[in-house]
Ligand binder design. Structure first.
Ligand SMILES: Nc1ncnc2c1ncn2[C@@H]1O[C@H](COP(=O)(O)OP(=O)(O)OP(=O)(O)O)[C@@H](O)[C@H]1O
Ligand SMILES: [Mg+2]
Length: 406
């Protein structure tokens, strides 16, 4: 249960459905009319350029849709990049402008902008672009192969394994429209449910106790759902129960999940990693989450060795997390890499504000603090470890696409 719900905090203002910044009055009225004809309630269409949009949206809730006018912009991509920095993920962006240039059009579309309409604009052209935005999007990746499994393990307690697992799952499901299962194998103290504000129930325990009954329907019923694409499987077990994992039941569970989902992200506690990793057949990524400390260095080295022995086919990734939490007392990335003889794949900064917001709202960092540098790293982690093809994403985040091209 999110803290905000418990203490009855006032909800944040709702985002506006449509905001426009248009340089000339004729186009502004046309945009207003088209938005109304599309059924958008109270479209907010202002006079102004893209720079006005950047100023007004900094610190304001990001609208669901945005239309900006690029007329007179000497460097539209730089202006869009500044706009991306003040907007949350998930926003859909239309552009209009006075330059009729196919190269500009292609660059804008490649950067994730939904459309570019050359002036003089018409109601029909803007309406068509709005309707096109509402057309169903395809999945980020068309891949009929075996679902990719990602096992995420902390090398020590509290280093952020659950944070990374829940954010990866949320990002894959919500930013790439990939049907994703998040499995919390910490049967007693798992916190994936808390991270996503979901009631865990006893789903995983029931699934593991009944391997013979396990089919697609059984597994799906045991899961809790968050939106269209994210499903979580976990349990909150009594401490008296024994926690032996039956390898056959685990194997069946993974097989069933592979039939139902495109990505399976497992929050795998250290105590289970040694035995469970051998069950994970490729394609599989193992992510060791650690902190830049001496003990983190020692345990990363030991666990990496164990992973290479037990799951030789796995793609091993090292994530340094909470970097900067203990400034002055931390190992540098270079020293960490020398000490472990391993390359650090990602370094995720400590973000106290995002953590506080996440704990208070029950929203993962990627949802509640999408502008944070930490979240940008988490997005890159997700793309790599969950093997997401970013180039083919249709309807994917404009902010993310721009970030990739920067
Ligand atoms: N990059 C980060 N910046 C700020 N806080 C973070 C970051 N990563 C994780 N945290 C915070 O650190 C705390 C521990 O994180 P988390 O529960 O994910 O760790 P864990 O490794 O799963 O712990 P456990 O060993 O209990 O399973 C949480 O309060 C989380 O919000
Ligand atoms: Mg955890």
């Amino acid at each position: 249960m999110a803290l905000a719900k418990i203490i009855g905090k006032t909800p944040r203002p709702q985002p506006k459905p449509f905001v426009g910044f248009v340089a000339d009055d004729v186009s502004r009225e046309i945009v207003q009319k088209a938005a109304e004809r599309h059924g958008i309630s109270q479209p907010d269409v202002n006079s102004g350029s893209i720079s006005t949009a950047v100023q007004r949206l900094a610190g304001a809730p990001t609208p669901n849709r945005l239309l900006v006018d690029l007329s007179g912009c000497p460097d539209p991509m730089a202006d869009l990049s500044a706009l991306a920095d003040v907007c949350d993920n998930g926003i859909r962006v239309l552009t209009i402008g006075d330059v009729n240039d196919v190269n500009l059009y292609r660059t804008l579309i490649a950067a994730g902008i939904d459309d570019y309409i050359v002036k003089p604009v018409t109601v029909e052209a803007i309406l068509g672009a709005l309707q096109q935005q509402d057309a169903p999007t395809v999945e980020a990746e068309v891949d009929d192969g075996l679902a990719h499994v990602v096992a995420i393990t902390g090398t020590r307690g509290g280093v952020g394994a659950t944070t990374i697992a829940s954010n990866c799952a949320w990002i894959a499901a919500n930013e790439y429209n990939i049907r994703t299962a998040l499995v919390d194998l910490d049967l007693y103290f798992g916190t994936c449910g808390l991270a996503l504000d979901l009631e865990t129930g006893r789903g995983l325990r029931e699934a593991l106790e009944n391997p013979e009954r396990m089919d697609g329907l059984f597994v799906e019923r045991a899961m809790v759902r968050d939106g269209d694409n994210l499903f979580m499987l976990g349990t909150e077990d009594d401490l008296d129960n024994s926690h032996e994992f039956d390898p056959i039941a685990m194997q069946r569970l993974i097989d069933q999940l592979r039939g139902e989902f495109k990505r399976i992200i497992i929050d795998l506690p250290r105590f289970a990693a040694r035995t469970q990793l051998s069950l994970l057949t490729p394609p599989v990524s193992v992510v060791l989450v650690t902190e830049p400390s001496l003990s983190g260095m020692r345990d990363t080295k030991r666990l990496a060795k164990a992973v290479k022995n037990t799951a030789p086919g796995a793609d091993l990734n090292i994530v340094l997390n909470r970097v900067g939490a203990m400034k002055g007392a931390e190992l540098s990335q270079k020293d960490f890499e020398q000490g472990t003889e391993l390359k650090v794949d990602f370094s995720v900064p400590f973000d106290a504000k995002a953590a506080a917001l996440s704990a208070g709202s029950g929203k993962p960092f990627a949802k509640g603090s999408s502008r944070s540098k930490t979240v940008k790293q988490l997005q890159l982690v997700t793309e790599k470890v969950a093997r997401i093809e970013t180039g083919s994403a249709k309807g994917s985040s404009w902010r993310r696409m721009l970030r990739m091209s920067r």
